[in-house]
Design a protein. Structure first.
Length: 101
């Protein structure tokens, strides 16, 4: 049997629980998943997935020209006039539910 080494890491409890639940459903022990991750780091010679900030669904308003800002504001008014709105209470309830999962 190959020698093993211990790994100690601090992780958010909710993240740990969610990941372990998925791994359990897949039938993969946590130690095997970590070992696979480390082996992929070696094979890829880096993190085995893209690490970058996600594209913002809303443009960075501070970088818009005056005309682009005006266009975005007009889009908002058009959405409101057409009834394409969601009450703030519903949005916050959805966010709370999303972060609870």
């Amino acid at each position: 049997m190959a020698k093993t080494a211990n790994l100690y890491a601090r992780i958010e409890p909710e993240v740990k629980d969610q990941a372990e639940s998925i791994l359990e459903a897949l039938g993969i022990p946590v130690s095997n998943a970590i070992n696979m991750f480390y082996k992929q780091i070696i094979l890829q010679r880096g993190i085995p997935f893209e690490v970058k900030l996600p594209a913002s669904p809303v443009p960075d308003m501070s970088k818009l020209t005056k005309e682009q800002l005006k266009t975005e504001i007009e889009k908002g008014f058009a959405d409101a006039a057409a009834g394409r709105v969601t009450p703030a209470a519903d949005v916050f309830a959805e966010l709370r539910e999303e972060y609870r999962e």
